[in-house]
Design a binder for this molecule. Structure first.
Ligand SMILES: NC(=O)c1ccc[n+]([C@@H]2O[C@H](COP(=O)([O-])OP(=O)(O)OC[C@H]3O[C@@H](n4cnc5c(N)ncnc54)[C@H](OP(=O)(O)O)[C@@H]3O)[C@@H](O)[C@H]2O)c1
Length: 253
């Protein structure tokens, strides 16, 4: 069985790579930049923006885990039109595993709209597929909201809630789908607890013995409301084991 991991230099792609390299699977990797370390497997260049290398990437592959993404730059092309072109080359694929995001149909955010369109494209294609939505990854929340205090304050928007997950746990879950039949959209993969961003900031301050404080600022608008209402969470699917707090503690060990 040969598995293609797209987005092999990304966070999810690297986690997949780390776990797959000690498996019996044949591995093919693709992205625009080359991963720093490839222990087992081949890498090919491909670009969802230009279409270059997509044919070569899918050649001789049985299953794809599609971890390539571009949330900010050219997201419409990378997530949708480039993805559509990519799908056109996949007639021989046994299972296209597509990691998506919890709440993309309810949160008015451009990147999420593109992800939803990609899900629709895949669902309406003839390619056997498995779509699984995950909540945000721990490191992602930390990098976006809690990486740089401003004048000794972590400024957190309103009452945002997250149910973040360990990216390695999600990678393991996706690899576990490789041997299963394609199932279309399956149940969400979500983290073990729902906490506010304010609580996450407080956990970080405590664990790292920081002197920073947390400043919570309410934001107007539908986007803010959807994160405050927890549309990005799924309390019925607490599958992940590592909490955000444990993730932070592991980092300082
Ligand atoms: N981050 C989260 O919290 C989260 C939560 C749930 C689900 N997900 C989903 O998980 C997947 C992976 O996310 P991630 O956070 O691991 O992403 P990431 O760290 O930003 O990695 C993105 C990958 O895509 C590649 N890429 C970017 N533009 C490309 C292009 N034009 N052509 C080909 N490859 C390109 C990048 O490599 P190069 O730049 O070298 O090409 C990189 O390897 C995405 O589908 C995302 O929606 C993420």
């Amino acid at each position: 069985m040969k598995i293609l991991v797209t987005g092999s230099t990304g966070k999810l792609g690297s986690a997949l790579l780390n776990q797959l390299e000690s498996s019996d699977y044949q591995i093919k990797l693709t992205s625009r930049s080359k991963p720093e370390r490839i222990v087992n497997g081949e890498w090919v260049y491909s670009d969802l923006l230009s279409g270059e290398g997509l044919e070569e990437a899918v050649k001789d592959v049985d299953v794809i885990i599609h971890a390539a993404t571009s949330p900010v730059k050219h997201s419409k092309v990378v997530e949708v039109s480039g993805f559509k072109e990519f799908l056109g080359k996949m007639q021989h694929i046994k299972n296209m595993i597509y990691p998506s995001i919890v709440g993309i149909d309810e949160i008015p955010f451009n990147y999420y709209k593109q992800k939803l369109k990609a899900e629709e494209l895949l669902r309406n294609s003839s390619i056997p597929n498995t779509i699984v939505r995950s909540t945000q990854f721990h490191h992602f929340i930390e990098n976006i909201f809690l990486s740089k205090p401003f004048f000794s304050r972590y400024i957190v928007p309103g009452n945002f809630k997250f149910q973040s997950v360990d990216v390695n746990e999600f990678a393991k879950y996706l690899i576990g789908l490789v041997e299963k039949d394609p199932q279309g959209r399956i149940a969400d993969f979500a983290g073990p607890e729902i906490v506010t961003l304010k609580e996450m900031a407080e956990q970080k301050i405590k664990i790292n013995n920081e002197s920073n404080k947390v400043l919570s600022i309410a934001l107007p608008g539908k986007l803010s409301k959807s994160f405050s209402d927890g549309k990005n969470t799924n309390p019925l699917r607490k599958i992940g084991g590592t909490t955000f707090e444990e993730y932070l503690r592991d980092k300082v060990k």
